[in-house]
Write a protein that binds this ligand. Structure first.
Ligand code: 3PG
Ligand code: CO
Length: 548
């Protein structure tokens, strides 16, 4: 794995790689596009230098290994592509294939849970939507049908409502469909019910250890049958818990009880438990709670000895969970490994909410180091608030850390991720998202100014769209409003927009230009590009560089 010198580009430290999370370049440039509305002189300036130094690349669909081009991009697949330089069939695609071929129902993971669900209860904990970012209902239903066909007599589902990868308010439709599906299993002799749940940003689906209390609330509801809200009907539960305007993402934990007030689906010894999400970041913590005997993050009160599986294995380094239904994508020989094998030093930084994106996802879903002596990873703790209340997030702190790393002269490449266009974009709050984009742009300027001063090079890009469209639209692109109130219907999800790639810096020779024969390039082409900026030819196994 030896990198060879680039013919034209010198090896000149430092090289900055900057990811603006959720910053798409959307064709619709109107008052609902926060990237467009925001005052962004830095990014505008980069664009104004023209196509030899600024272009867009695809960040969604098959270009990043998702099943179809109707799939919006997301941070997992985006950072996988940026880090690996390859288009890898992603979790969503692999689960589709495993269900289609029925391998999911014959492989080791299924054999592991089958005796448990034949005799006891099968529990499924999953994000309930068609977002396709962490999970999809058709896959969850496919698994449930497989289990019922395979003799499952007692099924309990613990749905987590979305409203983040899909529109707010859609939780009702998904719950309606889930309940109808579960009711239909009665004909096959399966007693199937919703047992507990809550909003994905309120229970269970915390990530990167930002807020273990979220996971604890989920554990109490799913496992112990303990939550402040008890209902006999899950559809009623959602109606009641949303009455005060709570969005789907933040629905409080609830437990479904029988007429006598007893929880219908606590998790007991010898039950089978399946996490129905394919994406790792937001289910690593709950997986640890189920899998680890020694566990101190919160008091589990009771630790049932379950047969626990993930839809995928979420962390290959930790082998977490040990058992899983579908083997995860194998993302090998990523840029991180190439750089480490060549003795090059990397610095990576983001705040908690995106920390694993620039490390774990970037490195092909590995939580460890390739060579710890060469890799420095800095996490700035995120606030635990709805991010429209603090839209600047930790952009300044990330900038300070990035500048310190650039100034230190220690690193061959300094990589930062700004979380706020994405995290604030997910709140659906236009004004706050504009503020997030402006802050981000100002921070990029600080970094670029320093690169200029130090005589280095830079590459600025993004992982997928989000802030570039903040409203739900009809097929013609017109903004949709709530029929009752006339208010705009916010778009909380990512978009299908391509993302910018800008290169420059004083050390980049004038003659270096983007090639014009890669109109369909995607995020995976960015990897070879920054390896070039570092003064090396990119490995032939990677997607071609954007540089001529
Ligand atoms: C989330 O987990 O917050 C969203 O589902 C996806 O956002 P991300 O892909 O930008 O992390
Ligand atoms: Co996002």
């Amino acid at each position: 794995m030896e990198l060879r010198a680039h013919g034209t580009i010198p090896r000149k430290k430092p090289v900055l790689v900057c990811v603006l999370d959720g910053w798409g370049e959307n064709a619709i440039e109107d008052e609902h596009n926060a990237v467009h509305v925001a005052k962004t002189p830095t990014m505008d300036g980069l664009k104004a230098r023209g196509p030899s130094r600024y272009r867009t690349v695809k960040a969604h669909g098959t270009a990043v290994g998702l099943p179809t081009d109707a799939d919006m991009g997301n941070s997992e697949v985006g950072h996988n592509a940026l880090g690996a330089g390859k288009v890898i069939a992603q979790g969503a695609s692999l689960v589709d294939i495993a269900l289609e071929t029925k391998n999911a129902f014959s492989d080791a993971g299924w054999s592991y849970i089958k005796p448990a669900f034949a005799n006891n209860t099968l529990h499924i904990i999953a994000l309930l939507s068609d977002g396709g970012v962490h999970s999809r209902t058709d896959q969850i239903f496919g698994m449930m049908r497989g289990a019922v066909a395979d003799g499952c007599k007692r099924l309990r589902v613990h749905p987590l409502t979305d409203g983040r990868d899909v529109a707010d308010g859609t939780c009702h439709e998904y719950m309606e469909k889930l309940v109808a599906e579960l009711d239909s299993y009665a004909a096959q002799g399966c007693d199937a019910k919703v047992a507990s749940g809550g909003g994905r940003m309120a229970v269970t689906m915390d990530r990167y250890e930002a807020d273990w209390a979220m996971v604890e609330r989920g554990w109490r509801a799913h496992v112990l049958g303990d939550a402040p809200n008890k209902f006999t009907c899950p559809k009623e539960a959602l109606k009641e818990l949303k009455k005060d305007g709570t969005t789907d993402q933040y629905i409080a934990p609830f437990v479904i009880v029988d007429e006598a007030g007893k929880a219908v689906g606590t998790i007991e010894d010898d039950d089978a438990v399946v996490i129905g999400n394919f994406r790792a970041d937001r289910v690593v913590e709950i997986s640890k709670a189920f899998e680890y005997v020694d566990f101190n993050e919160f008091d589990r009160v009771r630790f049932p000895k379950t047969k626990f599986v993930g839809l995928m294995q979420y962390d290959g380094d930790l082998k977490l969970p040990a058992n899983y239904l579908v083997p995860p994508p194998l993302i090998e020989r990523t840029s991180g490994e190439w750089l480490a094998k060549n003795g090059l030093k990397t610095f990576a930084c983001s705040e908690t909410q995106k920390f694993g994106h620039v490390t774990f996802f970037w490195n092909g879903n590995r939580s460890g180091y390739f060579n710890e002596a060469l890799e420095t990873y800095v996490e700035i703790p995120s606030d635990n608030v709805p991010f429209n209340q603090a839209p600047l997030m930790k952009a300044r702190e990330i900038t300070a850390a990035g500048k310190e790393a650039l100034l230190s002269g220690k690193y061959d490449v300094v990589r930062v991720n700004y979380a706020n266009p994405d995290m604030v974009g997910h709140t659906g709050d236009m004004k706050a998202t504009v503020a997030a984009c402006e802050e981000c742009d100002a921070c990029v300027k600080e970094l670029l100014d320093l690169v200029e001063e130090l005589g280095g090079m830079f590459l600025v890009t993004a992982d997928h769209g989000n802030a570039d469209d903040m409203v739900q639209r009809d097929k013609k692109g017109n903004a949709l409003t709530d029929k009752a109130t006339g208010a705009l219907l916010p778009l909380t999800s990512h978009t299908l927009a391509p993302v910018p790639v800008a290169i420059g810096g004083p050390a980049l020779p004038e003659s270096v230009k983007f090639r014009d024969d890669l109109p369909d390039a995607g995020l995976a082409n960015v990897t070879a590009t920054y390896i070039n900026l570092m003064g090396f030819q990119a490995p032939a196994e990677m997607e071609p560089s954007l540089i001529a």
